[in-house]
Design a protein around this ligand. Sequence first.
Ligand code: SAM
Length: 229
Amino acid sequence: QLSKRLARVGELVPEQSRLADIGSDHAYLPVALVLQKKLNFAVAGEVVTGPYEAAKKQVKKNGLTDQIVVRLADGLDAIEKLDKITAVTICGMGGVLIRDILDAGWNNQRLQGNERLVLQPNIGEKPLRDWLTVHGYTIIEEDILEENNKIYEIIVASRQEVRVAYSEKERLFGPILLKKQSPIFQKKWQGELKQRETILAQLAKAAGDQQARIQQIENELTEIREVLQ
Ligand code: SAM
């Protein structure tokens, strides 16, 4: 049984893709999608041995060793040309880490540029959208959902003939999320607003305290100078 978050990611993976799930941990996503018969080939990549072993165990337990290859590799190095990967999922990490994984794969050509990317950053969506924009990706779908009191965004991107120039605002909020303005989106940004208001109030208070301290020292200086005259 997948989490709501991973189930939604799975829905956004096209039917019969050849999937690379990077940072697969227990390989829950590829295992579920192959069991659903949505896919019949996937690579589960992991850079840490513990999760890599867990992924291998999970695949074996479900009798899927013919369909799912588990590889111990850094990021997109898990992909080999012969895999003919058509979709990549990178989920449950920070957006900056996802961006760095994509960038490394872009530079060493593990990423061909024609794969569908389904990305689920936990934070740092803006730097990830910046990277996608610079590298000519179009954001073709986005979703936002809440699970266990956490809000998650999902970004689906692919490179299209016509390049889209996303504005700063679209890269921060998400071009599609911004249009949809769902209740969860509203909740997320209400929270972000509150957080920034609190920071601003704290900074103003600190500035006030500092001002009082400056005044006190200035008064003391005046007193000392008067005595020394
Ligand atoms: N993708 C799963 C999910 O969304 O539930 C697991 C998320 S888990 C929090 C992040 C996983 O990414 C960890 O198992 C970690 O070892 C792996 N990871 C982090 N950096 C990685 C990298 N450069 N290459 C491959 N895996 C990586």
